[in-house]
Design a protein around this ligand. Structure first.
Ligand SMILES: [Zn+2]
Length: 359
């Protein structure tokens, strides 16, 4: 007891202990304020405090010199010290993980990124999709067919006999190896092919590319796109045709647009009509686009000719039908005020990227 008491009150040992605790307090302040801006500084911190020769281990080693009565207190102080160093190390480490991989100050990470160059749908595709979606809501399904066609499906079945002058209405590209074949001049060949299948009623819409031997200009091209529609069932009337097209025009061009039908002639429909809408530019007052008439023609239509039904094996006494066809380019030119048909096929990015926002 006496020896221990002596040790406890030994002023030299007491002073040394005080000094040690003071030193630990200093290190603790250092730890609290420590920063590790990069991986190197983080590793330096670890080595200094937590390494095998670090301060935590070294100061723990002092335990053997601490008087027994103070070992417990010293142990508690050292546990706190070790915990502080470990926690600080973890905090510095996770902060370093969250920061950018480089410390290069010349990069401004707050700058906006380079935009990804976004393409756009072709205006012809935009309008075709819109036309199809309007007719789909009326129950029309999409049908497609071949672009290289025989005479029967492109002309014959459509009530255009061999010597019929109506064939002159459409200048045709024939396949040189076999002139019996041609590039279709309209998508009506799909109508014929669908009617030949004999599944009635038919309610179809037929978008596609067609070809005509025309001089290329702002208003004509050797290829363009059409959408045709066909509805064959019992008791289909011209009133059904008009209401269907009224609905289409209002959906496509807005509720205020006016519509008129003009009598016309097509070999494959009887009666036949052409449909005009009030000019979208001048609202009907007259301008260059409508040639001062206030009206713009957008499509041809009519009741399917009985001969055409018969050619496809459908009884014209039992069934009637209507058909219509429009040029997608024409609708697109009206909708987007495009003045030159050639812009659609020139792939000029300055033209095409104007449709980026359209869907
Ligand atoms: Zn006009």
């Amino acid at each position: 007891m006496a020896v221990e008491n002596t040790a406890l009150f030994n002023p030299i040992i007491f002073a040394r202990m005080e000094q040690l605790l003071q030193q630990i307090e200093e290190y603790k302040k250092e730890i609290v304020q420590a920063e590790a801006p990069d991986a190197e500084a983080l590793e330096a911190f670890r080595i200094k405090y937590l390494g095998t020769k670090g301060l935590v281990k070294t100061l723990m080693g002092e335990m053997k010199n601490v008087p027994n009565e103070q070992k417990r207190e010293f142990g508690q102080v050292m546990n706190g010290f070790k915990l502080l160093a470990e926690e600080k190390y973890e905090a510095l480490k996770s902060a370093a993980d969250d920061s950018p991989l480089t410390t290069d100050d010349s990069l401004d990470w707050s700058l906006p990124g380079d935009p990804l160059p976004l393409g756009s749908r072709h205006p012809i595709s935009l309008v075709r999709n819109q036309i199809v979606s309007i007719f789909k809501r009326l129950g029309f399904a999409v049908a497609e067919g071949p672009e290289i066609e025989d005479d029967w499906h492109n002309f014959g079945a459509l009530n255009l006999p061999e010597d019929h002058p109506a064939r002159d209405m459409q200048d045709t590209f024939y396949i040189s190896q076999n002139p019996a074949w041609m590039l279709r001049t309209h998508t009506s060949n799909v109508q014929i092919r669908e009617m030949e299948k004999g599944k009635l009623p038919i309610r179809l819409i037929m978008p596609g590319r067609v070809y005509r031997n025309e001089t290329i200009s702002a208003r004509a091209h050797c290829f363009f796109h059409q959408v045709e529609g066909l509805y064959v069932a019992e008791n289909v009337s011209f009133a059904d045709l008009k209401q269907t097209l009224y609905f289409f025009v209002k959906e496509m061009f807005g509720q205020d647009v006016k519509v008129r039908f003009r009598p016309s002639y097509f070999p494959f429909t009887e009666p036949s009509a052409e449909m005009d809408i009030s000019c979208l530019i001048c609202g009907g007052k007259g301008c260059n686009v409508c040639k001062q008439t206030g009206w713009v023609e957008i499509l041809g239509c009519g009741m399917v000719h009985p001969n055409v039904l018969q050619n496809c094996g459908i009884d014209p006494n039992k069934y009637t039908g209507f058909a219509f066809g429009m040029g997608i380019e024409r609708i697109t030119m009206l909708k987007y005020q495009v003045k030159d048909l050639r812009l659609f096929s020139e792939n000029d990015v300055r033209f095409l990227k104007q449709f980026t926002a359209a869907i």
